[in-house]
Write a protein that binds this ligand. Structure first.
Ligand SMILES: Nc1ncnc2c1ncn2[C@@H]1O[C@H](COP(=O)(O)OP(=O)(O)OP(=O)(O)O)[C@@H](O)[C@H]1O
Ligand SMILES: [Mg+2]
Length: 251
């Protein structure tokens, strides 16, 4: 199973939008895919499910003996399952203090379902705490969404430093699959400069596909659909499809 963590501790850069639509695209390409929502805000879960109706979530999986099998739900997309989150996940950090396996909880649980899926895509919260570390320890690959903005690269050093620490011990095999530029506005010259700056940091790891800013992408979660059914002809659907192609080529 290829496990892709979508991470950037900056808020609102398109992590959830990328996780939801990349997971849907992989499933549409025939890959058995599990979307793991590790953000207490539960935005990925809300994109497919009514989060209030959930009895158990990733919080239970990471804090007690609940298995992933007990929380995984089907989505309306064939071959796409989801392990949902709930706000309770915010309590996790304080609860796992002092637990020796605190960083390995997700990895252990994912290993148990590895034969059922070709891909797992993990949506993470905008922080570099224990939850994101669990994702990076469990992951084989990392995708960093970078918002096309003047402050795009702020905080990237901290993120890459965390990735290096995780590589040096718990997960030497973690690969940076790529940085994807999100919320891009083609019309501005600023965007061109930002692209250059991002390429200076990530070099050939920048995905060729850029995700542009679009109303359709913003609207689709409210309809509990991925962009591929909500607006199949939109630029967002086209771009996330192409990003998926690049991901399949690179892994
Ligand atoms: N390409 C896009 N075009 C237009 N709106 C977008 C696009 N990508 C994301 N958005 C919107 O921008 C907001 C932030 O995106 P998203 O929730 O994916 O970011 P995030 O990194 O997961 O945020 P957080 O750090 O809070 O979890 C959301 O309202 C989302 O619908
Ligand atoms: Mg999010």
């Amino acid at each position: 199973m290829i496990v892709i963590a979508i991470a950037n501790q900056k808020g609102g850069v398109g992590k959830t939008t990328t996780a939801v639509n990349l997971a849907a695209a992989l499933a549409m390409r025939g890959r058995r895919t599990l979307l793991v929502d590790l953000d207490p805000q539960a935005n990925s879960s809300i994109s497919y499910l009514d989060a209030r109706a959930l009895e158990r979530s990733m919080y239970d999986v990471l804090s007690n003996g609940t298995t992933l099998g007990e929380v995984i739900q089907k989505t309306p997309v064939a071959k796409l399952d989801i392990a949902p989150s709930r706000i309770a996940l915010a309590k996790l950090e304080s609860q796992l203090v002092g637990e020796l396996d605190a960083h390995f909880r997700l990895k252990d649980r994912l290993d148990a379902v590895a034969s059922r899926y070709d891909f797992a895509v993990i949506d993470t919260p905008p922080a570099l705490g224990l939850i994101t570390v669990n994702a990076l320890v469990a992951a084989t690959h990392l995708i960093i969404p970078v918002q096309s903005s003047y402050f795009a690269l702020e905080g990237t050093d901290d993120l890459l430093e965390t990735v290096e620490k995780i590589r040096s011990r718990p997960n030497p095999n973690l690969k940076l699959l790529g940085a994807v530029i999100t919320l891009h506005d083609k019309r501005t010259t600023l965007s061109r400069d930002v692209r250059k700056a991002i390429a200076q940091v990530f070099g050939d790891r920048v995905f060729h596909t850029t995700i542009t800013r679009s109303i359709r992408l913003e609207e689709s979660p409210a309809h509990k659909e991925s962009i591929f059914t909500f607006a199949p002809q939109s630029s967002g659907a086209n771009e996330y499809y192409r990003l998926c192609e690049e991901v399949i080529e690179r892994v």
